[in-house]
Every structure is written in C-alpha cells, then in structure tokens.
Design a protein around this ligand. Structure first.
Ligand code: TXA
Ligand code: MG
Length: 346
C-alpha cells in the first residue's frame, strides 16, 4: 500500500475552519493525518475503523502486537469506549485529563481490535493541545495516534524533523509548531488496585502519588527486555528512540564532563549531546545542545530533536550526557537509556 501526502496545513497561528472540514473528511474516509499534540506529534486515524488503524501499522512499520493509544476529546467520549472503570481509575482521569497522561482501561467492542492489538484493554488519552482536541470534538471520532516516527526512531516533536520520513506515509500533515512538552505521555495501568507507571512521562511518580496516594514504577523501565518476554506494555520490548550512530550514555556525576572528554580522546570523530553550560568544557566541534542541566522542561523539549541530529553529524559515536533519574529527569533517562541500547557508563 502506498500513501501520498496531498495536503499540508499550517495551523501554527490558528486553525483554519475549511481545512478542518477537509481533515475530518480524510479521517472519515479512513485516511491518516499527522497531528500535533502537547507531547509529540501523532499519526492519527479513526479508532473505530479496523481499516484505518491497519494503515497506521503499515505507515510506521509497527509490530502487530504493539497497541495504539486512543485519543478522546472529553469524558463523555471516553466512557463510550471503555467499561468497568474503578474508583481509583476515575480519580486518575479527573486529576490528569486533559493532559500528557494515558490510562490503560478495559475496552468495549466499538474500539477497533486492530488498535488494541487484540488485547481486552486500551490506552486512553485526552490531549490538551487545541488542534487535536478540535479535530476529535468536531469529527466526533476517537483517534488512534501513536508517536509520529518510523518504529524504532525518535518521536517527532516538530514537522521539520519528520517531514522527509513521513511525507509519503500520510494523507495530510498539520503543522502546529514545536510540541510544548517534547516527550510522550505517562502511561499508567492500575494493577491490583495500584496505579503502575508503564512509561514515565511529564506527569511524574510524585504527581500521581499526590493525587491518589499510591503509585508504583514498573520494574522494566530501565531493563533490557528480551523479545519474547511477557511485559505489561509491549512497547517496552522494542528498540526505540535510537539513531543509526552508536550511542553511549554518561550518567550524571560530578565527573561527567571529564568522562565525556576521556571518551573523546579515543573517539576523535564522536559527537556529543550535552548541556548548554558544558559546551565550552567539552572537546568537540560536534556539539548538540540539549538545553540547560538546570531546566528539565527544556531538556525534555529538545531531547528527540537532539537524537535526530546525531545521524547528520557523520560521527562514529554519539556521547550523551545523562540527567538525574528524578522527576521529569527519570522520564528523559528512560528515553536516553533506550536510545543507547543500555550502553551506559555510571
Ligand atoms: O504522548 C503520547 O502518548 C503520544 C501522542 C501522539 O499522544 N503517543 C504515543 O503513542 O506515544 P505510542 O503508540 O508511540 O506509544 C504508546 C505506548 C506503547 O509503548 C504501547 O506499548 C503502550 O503505550 N500501550 C498502548 N496500549 C497499551 C495497552 N493496552 N497495554 C499496555 N501498554 C499499552
Ligand atoms: Mg512511540
């Protein structure tokens, strides 16, 4: 199957009503639309249509067993898609939706089994971004939308980063500017009554604890998971966020800059993803600035773009400065450890 991008809409300033009607038409006809959200861009399609959801898997080259998240505009739409919502699940919905938060719930029959990859559960997210919100609200269609990238690559946070990769894979591209948050939503499933974080994101362990009293982190967040291992979330199994260039992660410590320079001695052609304030101390011309080490929001916003720059540096190695595994830093490290395929220097 082939796709040809027919429409490119610039909605950075405002949503164009005529173009919006066309987007709705494309979605109703089982087409694919590249849309912005507050976390990362998504490749969206009608979550009630098997045909539409199949196209997402083909466009991304995504493994059949890795379910899609379904996006809704409000609580009313959410409750049409799921059943048996417990008290604690409803508390989580009220605390974190709309926002960068995905809750795994028991699905009902109207949600495509292709979207859920045959599972009885489905991840539900209510995005805050007004572009995807308005599309869902006005079309009345829940939208399946995985991150906008070919499977395995870093997620896309601005159109410039993903245009070449995806332009022939979707019917329509909507440019909504740079994503506000930059890493994907926190994925949570209530297991034995306890909210368990399957993928860390902008909503942190602390935020969830404050809202509902209890929270657990999945054991697999930093582990290398074997291909046939049974895990709570299929996404954990797959190579992810990785540039083609080999990457090595230097964990945060007071010797971090020295360690980076040591590796550079042996790998003169390496590039470095590092903090703005370390640039002058790191001995390379190939420096990719990820933001200030004192501003994790900025690092989160830049991290995927930085990973995408690596392959353009013609380097034989990428050395990455790690952050503290705390709060939003833990979510950033989850992406970096996987980008480096667990190649970490403590
Ligand atoms: O911020 C986001 O969540 C973005 C934007 C576009 O909304 N979407 C996104 O989707 O990151 P995706 O498909 O790239 O990642 C979804 C993750 C995968 O790791 C998948 O395995 C997991 O959520 N997931 C989805 N449904 C699940 C389910 N029923 N049970 C367990 N894990 C699930
Ligand atoms: Mg993804």
């Amino acid at each position: 199957m082939e796709f040809f991008m027919k429409y490119m809409y610039d909605w950075k300033e405002k949503i164009d009503e005529n173009e919006l009607n066309n987007v709705i038409q494309i979605l109703k006809n089982d087409g694919l639309v590249l849309v912005p959200t507050e976390t990362v861009y998504g490749i969206s399609a009608n979550a009630l249509s098997d045909e539409a959801c199949k196209k997402i898997f083909i466009a991304k080259g995504r493994k059949q067993d890795n379910p899609l998240i379904v996006h809704v505009s409000d609580k009313e739409m959410l409750f049409k898609l799921v059943k048996n919502v417990s008290e604690i699940e409803e508390k989580l919905i009220d605390a974190f939706m709309p926002g960068p938060f995905t809750l795994i719930l028991e699905k009902n029959e109207i949600v495509s089994n292709v979207a859920s990859a045959g599972n009885t559960t489905i991840g539900i997210r209510m995005p805050e971004n007004s572009i995807i919100h308005d599309i869902i609200k006005q079309s009345k269609l829940p939208l399946s939308a995985p991150s906008a990238n070919i499977s395995g690559k870093p997620s896309g946070t601005c159109i410039e980063d993903i245009f070449e990769e995806l332009k022939d894979k979707v019917d329509c591209i909507i440019d909504g500017g740079e994503c506000k948050i930059g890493i994907e939503s926190t994925v949570v499933k209530v297991i034995n009554g306890i909210p368990t974080i399957l993928r860390p994101g902008f909503i942190t362990e602390k935020d969830i604890k404050e809202a509902v009293g209890e929270v657990k982190l999945s054991n697999n967040l930093f582990k290398k998971v074997e291909k046939d291992e049974l895990v709570e979330s299929p996404g954990m199994k797959y190579r992810h966020y990785a540039p083609k260039t080999k990457c090595i992660l230097v964990a945060k410590s007071n010797k971090q800059i020295e360690k980076v320079n040591e590796i550079l001695e042996e790998h003169k052609n390496a590039c470095v993803i590092g903090f703005s304030e370390d640039r002058t101390f790191i001995n390379t011309e190939k420096f990719i600035d990820v933001g200030s080490k004192n501003n994790m929001n900025e690092v989160a916003r830049n991290v995927f773009s930085a990973l995408r720059k690596v392959d353009r540096e013609n380097a034989d190695l990428a050395i990455i400065e790690g952050v503290e595994k705390e709060g939003l830093g833990l979510s950033i490290m989850n992406r970096l450890v996987r980008a480096c395929e667990n190649n970490v220097i403590e």
